[in-house]
Design a protein around this ligand. Structure first.
Ligand code: SF4
Length: 197
């Protein structure tokens, strides 16, 4: 923890010549911009605590990896070294922390929940901010595949169980029937045909 900012570093490895290698592990196949910001904050905290960070990486899945021997996973993860790209972000972290402190110490902002609560990430305060709202449906229309749920929301439907079944077709009708009945749909013929290819 540094300046009141707590981080949980995924991996810290001692380097043979001294210092530390830091890795932030992600399930993606390439580093993303917000990964770099996360990593910069971690390095800022570590450096603030006097840790000698010599390299810092986003450790992501290497999609060129091919499993040759079961259980031998060397090469599945790749470290994309980022330390050189972090300097500018780290240099600004003091100011960022200074600027958010009054917000944290002030009154709760009166901002209604909306799309910003889940994009780009689910906000951890959602249960607090939505405490006065009715519970969401167990099966929202957004479970429909290929974006069909968004079209139903525009028409005023949130709960898949309220959607008139005779207005659904194809895979959406299958999803609806399986959801309402609770009986999973298994396309045995289709699966067999795919596996024969
Ligand atoms: S859930 Fe998070 S993003 Fe949404 S209004 Fe509350 S604090 Fe803001």
């Amino acid at each position: 923890m540094h300046e009141g900012v707590l981080v949980r570093v995924d991996v810290m490895e001692r380097l043979p010549d001294g210092g530390w290698h830091v890795a932030e592990v992600k399930s993606s196949t390439a580093p993303k911009d917000y990964h770099v910001g996360d990593l910069a904050t971690q390095v800022w905290v570590l450096q603030g605590c006097g840790i000698d960070v010599r390299s810092a990486a986003i450790r992501h899945v290497d999609n060129r990896f091919i499993l040759q021997v079961p259980g031998e996973l060397d090469g599945l993860l790749h470290d994309a070294d980022m330390l050189g790209k972090l300097d500018g972000i780290i240099a600004g972290r003091d100011e960022v922390v200074r600027s958010v402190r009054p917000v944290l110490n002030g009154e709760e902002p009166q901002t209604a929940p909306g799309d910003h609560c889940s994009s780009p990430h689910d906000c951890e305060f959602a249960a607090h901010c939505r405490r006065g709202e009715p519970l969401p449906p167990e099966w929202p229309v957004t479970v429909l595949p290929r974006g069909a749920g968004a079209a139903w929301r525009v028409r005023g439907y949130d709960d898949l169980l309220d959607v008139p079944p005779d207005r659904l077709s194809g895979v959406n009708a299958i999803v609806h029937v399986a959801t309402v009945s609770g009986t999973p749909f298994h396309d045995r013929g289709g699966a067999a045909a795919e596996m024969m290819q």
